[in-house]
Design a protein around this ligand. Structure first.
Ligand SMILES: *[C@@H]1O[C@H](CO)[C@@H](O)[C@H](O)[C@H]1NC(C)=O
Ligand SMILES: *[C@@H]1O[C@H](CO)[C@@H](O)[C@H](O)[C@H]1NC(C)=O
Ligand SMILES: *[C@@H]1O[C@H](CO)[C@@H](O)[C@H](O)[C@H]1NC(C)=O
Ligand SMILES: *[C@@H]1O[C@H](CO)[C@@H](O)[C@H](O)[C@H]1NC(C)=O
Ligand SMILES: *[C@@H]1O[C@H](CO)[C@@H](O)[C@H](O)[C@H]1NC(C)=O
Ligand SMILES: *[C@@H]1O[C@H](CO)[C@@H](O)[C@H](O)[C@H]1NC(C)=O
Length: 379
């Protein structure tokens, strides 16, 4: 069903359902239902810091006001008062954007639970112990702190595939994480250190978002993530690249850190790597192994706003190279081509060298033979 995925997307992105009126006639009734209920909901928010005991909740449906009949279904009975459980989407719990300060009960049938955009500070121990069917759990944009997160709160979620904890107040990565995870969202927290077993065994993790934290050391955490395709560690305090990359990696984002060095053959262990972004770091030519970036799978390399004085050697397959805002003072054609003939030339299409110390007349006259496909060279 289309509308199932529409609902999920809508909840996650804050997209208004009304945008889909025309295309998705079959969700029209649901909107009517939600509208008819919206006036009858009692959110009864708690403003104390303490988490109320479960026994203080009533799981009965909210009473409807006169003239606004609410469909009676067996499913809607088992729904926290503060939340919405659409009768025809019995595995989804909507508790987002309603000033909640605590986490409501999650009925065990739920696969999708949305708590984003609230003021939740704590996750009580055992909060999800009954919710073992959960596949998506959205907790982003709250104020959850690591101190107020119960031990092993996610440990029993054997089916959890996506966990959204971005934009909270976490200082640590919660552990243990379910091994079933495919996406882990932890951006915009205050995480500083990642213990070396924090991501252990996440064999299905394909995307890891840790940007906008204070991580100063990643250790060997990425190496063992055999399904990882995207790692976003941008906007942190890293001085070193992570120790070892995973073999399936395609996208690596490290911009806005303090990285000054890259070891020899560092990228060679990831033969599918397509995009590497390292702008706004402290890279110098002295800190780079000669062929550090000469890795044949790369299509895009962003090294802008570093301290490079020379153009690093790159593979002839590279298509986009961003070097603006460095201290480059010569145009070395040998960085792109070692031999030039009918078969051997650079596939580079975009090269940015603006904001460096070279001028247009520093470009050697034989450059077009090597940079045959370049459509943009900005100096
Ligand atoms: C939702 O309700 C409609 C009409 O009652 C029904 O045809 C459809 O199969 C239901 N969809 C789901 C996913 O239960
Ligand atoms: C979990 O389910 C059991 C049995 O259905 C129930 O007794 C218990 O109160 C539930 N626990 C939580 C934390 O909801
Ligand atoms: C979470 O962080 C924000 C911004 O730094 C701060 O205003 C807020 O008080 C913090 N909340 C908690 C519960 O620590
Ligand atoms: C990883 O995904 C595969 C294929 O979907 C699945 O069979 C396996 O159980 C998953 N692993 C874990 C630890 O959940
Ligand atoms: C890149 O490495 C290959 C061997 O892997 C080598 O043949 C080529 O000359 C190198 N490119 C540059 C620009 O040094
Ligand atoms: C030059 O092209 C030939 C023929 O395709 C190839 O065998 C050789 O490896 C290429 N050399 C370089 C340095 O790319």
């Amino acid at each position: 069903m289309h509308w199932v995925s529409v609902l999920i997307v809508a909840a996650l992105c804050g997209v208004s359902l009304s945008q889909y009126d025309d295309q998705y006639d079959d969700i029209f009734w649901l909107q009517q239902y939600l509208r008819s209920r919206s006036s009858s909901y009692s959110y009864s928010p708690y403003y104390e810091d303490e988490v109320p005991a479960y026994s203080s909740y009533s799981y009965a449906p909210a009473e409807s006001s006169v003239g606004e009949p609410v469909p009676e279904t067996p499913v809607s009975r088992d729904c926290p008062n503060e939340c919405e459980c659409p009768p025809n989407f019995s595995s989804a719990l909507y508790c987002d954007t309603r000033n909640l300060r605590y986490l409501p009960f999650v009925p065990s049938r739920m696969k999708y639970a949305y708590f984003q955009n609230n003021h939740i500070v704590s996750i009580q121990e055992g909060a999800f112990d009954n919710a073992t069917s959960l596949e998506w759990l959205a907790l982003h944009n709250n104020q959850i702190t690591s101190e107020k997160m119960g031990k092993r709160v996610f440990a029993k979620l054997k089916n959890l595939e996506r966990l959204y904890l971005d934009r909270n107040n976490l200082t640590k990565i919660p552990t243990p994480l379910p091994r079933s995870l495919r996406e882990l969202h932890l951006s915009y927290n205050q995480i500083s250190k990642v213990p070396s077993n924090a991501l252990e065994g996440l064999e299905n993790l394909t995307a890891l978002y840790l940007s906008h934290n204070q991580i100063y050391e990643m250790g060997p955490n990425l190496k063992g993530l055999k399904s990882l395709i995207l790692a976003d560690l941008s906007y942190n305090q890293l001085r070193k690249v992570p120790d070892g990359l995973p073999s399936a990696l395609e996208q690596l984002y490290l911009e806005h850190n303090h990285i000054y060095t890259i070891p020899d053959d560092y990228f060679k262990v990831s033969p599918k790597l397509l995009y590497v972004r390292m702008s706004h770091n402290s890279l110098t030519n002295e800190g780079l192994a000669t062929n550090a970036f000469n890795t044949s799978s790369l299509l895009e390399l962003d090294l802008s706003y570093n301290r490079l004085q020379k153009i690093p050697r790159v593979s002839t397959r590279l298509e986009n190279l961003y070097l603006q805002g460095n201290k480059i003072n010569e145009f070395t054609i040998s960085s792109f081509c070692t031999i030039v003939d009918i078969m051997n030339f650079s596939r580079l299409q975009v090269l940015r060298l603006d904001g460096n110390e070279i001028r247009r007349n520093n470009v050697p006259s034989d450059a077009p033979l090597c940079l045959r496909w370049a459509s943009v060279i900005e100096i």
